[in-house]
Design a protein around this ligand. Structure first.
Ligand code: PEP
Ligand code: MG
Length: 765
């Protein structure tokens, strides 16, 4: 069964058209379980109906035409219960409805399995038999497994269908369902606020060949050359790799796979078939994809397990050739313009920082969530962004018109005029709000009852500190020093670093600047210092890396100290601390660096030292930690991730990432209270500080300062100026009695709206 399952999944994943996907499923499943009928019904939420989308066994002329209302028939019963139903005679069930035109009357045995994706029932997979019999538990288990695995592929194929339907303007084709052919947006997470309208440019780096679209070849000869060059290059790579491994002493039989690859590369079928497809007008990548999927299909249908195993090799090889071609084409930075919307599976913060120069208008990513570094960077750059769009058909969107709603995490594909005008209205409302907010820039963040909460800006990651300087911030509360490390091919030296830090501190002086020591690992990597781990967020990150490499740490600490000479506004912050000894070790190294710099004759002051609270263990040791430092800064992005065990980059669990969860609030309050017992001030520098709703609670918990992105700072200031500290305290007391984040959010929303600050929430989250 496992073999069959794998084969079906492989075949489905190499098919792109929804109807074909469904056809393959019903045919292969029917054969595998020896049923008389296998069908798929998908749910159309607009019509509240289940539609027969594919069948092997029933009258297939009725595909797209048989529709069942929600609440009627066995199919909808399965969906309602979200549970398999297995009956020996469906016709005796009170919910059975007969469709005579389907020729269903002769079938009795029935099993229906819900196809579920992220708690939503997309449809039902049905198997039927002529005889009165229940399908075995093994069969039901097989169907449950296949339905669970295929739900994602169906979602993907649906989204792709939406695009092709829109591009051909063939709304509601007679024979096909209307599912996803309306203007329902793709949904993800708000990454960076704002709205962008523009043309999608798909970034293909690290893409699976499988997702490459067909595209007309601009020049057949050029495309053929691109393909041949890639082939030759892969051939050379494989030869030298195999040679290298043999000289490293690997047994010949282990290296034999490379000979197999070389044979495949030289096979006429691969070369001729791809070139043939290019000559018919497809571009090289599309032609290669077609050829490779034909090979995969052929091999996966073979009954010989050895040959089936070759599917993986063929796929890998195809991917190598594609990657190579991608190198040759070097997509697509040159294609970017002012109205470009970048669409990608994921992009690195470094790439995004590079792209900035060309001034793109929006970003849509399949991966990530609000607190991914790429989203933080997009906010810093003011680019409307939606992240975590699970169903994003990256390559197929290339060239489509998109509306990116970075407030609500929605992406509209080729939207009609009505949606475009709705969004234009939103943009102008937003402009008005921004003007009002801009007027606040010179005013202090002081509550109605005269409590001042200094607001600092988060910076780093991108070059340039002008926005932070002009934002009305009272200093820089978090400067992420990773950027100069990420854009180089090697670790930057003391002088290089010192120059950058000096520029920041000089620009802000006498206002304080908090420089955080290198925080690599997790989702921030350096090309020249790769860290390969199964669980990078639980691995070698932040202070763990720098304490293990004192030479790197010392260079950075010295660079910071030297940069501060004469300015004396330096604060140093240690990231990812999880135990007391790390603070002690880091402080010892700082002391050593300080003594060295003094001994070299520099007149340097010892900076204030702080610790980030990102790891839950130190929440419970706050008093001891606080006694060692001058200030504490809560990094809620990581703290929430670790408290809730929710990967901040994983779109699948993004809904579980709750900054207003009572457990999170209790932890933050505990940090503030304990640190205050040692008279140590506490700041919040995670994204939570930039959310006006959450910031009310932080204010009420007696936070000493907040550090937010420049984009969020004015909203938070507006909120602070409209609330009193005592009101905020009352809200905290109430919130801490509540059971869940939704209740807390409703309470805060109401209190903001009562003050006429609803606009801050609508357009600001
Ligand atoms: C945090 O974790 O909240 C934080 C500010 O650090 P970063 O987002 O860079 O991990
Ligand atoms: Mg962090």
């Amino acid at each position: 069964m496992l073999q069959t399952l794998r084969r079906i999944v492989q075949e489905v994943n190499s098919t792109r058209d929804l109807n074909q996907v469904l056809e393959i499923i019903v045919q292969r499943v029917k054969k595998a379980i020896e049923a008389d009928v296998c069908s798929i019904y998908l749910y159309d939420s607009d019509e509240s109906k289940f539609i027969l989308m594919a069948t092997d066994g029933l009258n297939d002329k009725l595909v797209g035409k048989v529709q069942m209302a929600h609440g009627a028939g066995l199919v909808s019963l399965v969906a309602q219960r979200a549970d398999p139903l297995n009956l020996d005679d469906a016709q005796e069930h009170p919910r059975f409805e007969l469709f005579t035109a389907l020729n269903e009357e002769r079938y009795h045995g029935f099993t229906g399995i819900p196809i579920t994706h992220h708690r939503e029932v997309l449809g039902v997979l049905v198997a039927q038999s002529e005889s009165r019999m229940r399908f075995s538990q093994d069969v039901v288990n097989f169907l449950v497994t296949i339905a669970a695995q295929l739900a994602g592929s169906i979602i993907n194929a649906q989204a792709t269908k939406q695009i092709s339907a829109l591009s051909k303007e063939t709304q509601s084709n007679q024979n096909t369902s209307r599912i996803h052919q309306d203007h329902r947006p793709l949904t993800g997470q708000p990454g960076s606020p704002g709205v962008a309208v523009g043309k999608a440019v798909s970034i293909t780096s690290s893409f699976s060949l499988n997702t490459v679209p067909d595209r007309p070849a601009e020049n057949i000869e050029d495309e053929t050359i691109v393909f041949r060059l890639a082939l030759e290059s892969v051939r050379q790579d494989i030869k030298s790799l195999s040679f290298q491994l043999l000289s490293d002493g690997l047994p010949t039989e282990d290296v034999a796979i490379f000979d197999a690859y070389l044979l495949m590369l030289d096979s006429n079928t691969l070369i001729e078939s791809t070139i043939g497809k290019i000559q018919k007008g497809n571009w090289a990548a599309g032609a290669l994809r077609e050829t490779i999927s034909e090979h995969i299909k052929l091999f996966s249908e073979m009954d010989n397990p050895y040959l089936q195993e070759r599917v993986k090799d063929i796929r890998d090889l195809g991917q190598c050739i594609f990657n190579q071609m991608h190198g040759i084409n070097d997509l697509p930075v040159h294609k970017l313009s002012k109205d470009t919307i970048i669409v990608a599976e994921d992009i690195s913060a470094t790439l995004l920082a590079d792209i900035e120069k060309t001034n793109i208008s929006g970003i849509v990513l399949k991966r990530g969530s609000r607190t991914s570094h790429v989203a933080i960077l997009a906010r810093a750059m003011g680019i409307p962004t939606v992240v975590g769009v699970n169903e994003l058909p990256v390559m197929q969107l290339d060239g489509s018109q998109l509306v990116v709603d970075g407030y609500n995490g929605k992406v509209y594909i080729s939207p009609p005029e009505s949606i475009l005008s709705e969004y234009s209205r939103l943009v102008s409302q937003e402009d008005e709000l921004s003007q009002e907010l801009r007027a606040l820039s010179g005013k202090p963040a002081t509550t109605i009852d005269e409590v001042n909460i200094p607001l600092y800006a988060n910076s780093g990651l991108v070059a340039g500190i002008t926005p932070s300087k002009e934002s009305g911030a009272e200093g820089i509360g978090l400067y992420r020093t990773e950027y100069p490390f990420m854009i180089r091919q090697r670790f930057p030296g003391e002088e290089e670093q010192s120059k950058i830090y000096r520029e920041v501190m000089e620009a802000l002086a006498p206002r304080p600047v908090v420089l955080r020591t290198l925080d690599i690992g997790g989702d921030k990597s350096l090309s020249y210092f790769p860290i390969e781990e199964d669980n990078p967020f639980l691995g070698w990150r932040g202070i763990r890396v720098t304490l293990d490499h004192p030479e790197i740490f010392m260079i950075q600490l010295r660079a910071m100290l030297i940069a501060s000479i004469g300015l004396n506004n330096l604060h140093i912050l240690f990231p990812m601390v999880s135990k007391v000894s790390e603070v002690e070790d880091a402080k010892n190294l700082l002391e050593r660096a300080y003594q060295e710099v003094l001994a070299e004759g520099h007149e340097v002051e010892m900076p204030k030292v702080g610790v980030m609270v990102e790891v839950p263990s130190i929440v419970f040791q706050m008093r001891q930690i606080a006694s060692l430092v001058d200030f504490v800064s809560i990094g809620t992005n990581d703290l929430i991730q670790y408290l809730m065990a929710v990967d901040r980059n994983n779109a699948n669990v993004a809904d579980l990432y709750e900054s207003l969860n009572p457990a999170v609030l209790i932890a933050i309050k505990q940090v503030i209270d304990e640190a205050h017992k040692e008279n140590v001030p506490v700041s919040v520098c995670g994204e939570m500080a930039g959310d006006p709703l959450a910031a009310i609670l932080l204010l009420g918990m007696s936070i000493d300062s907040l550090s937010t992105s420049v984009a969020s700072l004015p909203r938070v200031k507006w909120m602070i100026r409209n609330f009193s500290f005592s009101e905020a305290k009352e809200l905290v007391d109430k919130a801490l009695t509540m059971k869940n984040a939704d209740l807390i959010k409703n309470m805060l929303t109401t209190s903001m709206e009562n003050k006429g600050l609803g606009g801050l929430i609508r357009a600001g989250r």
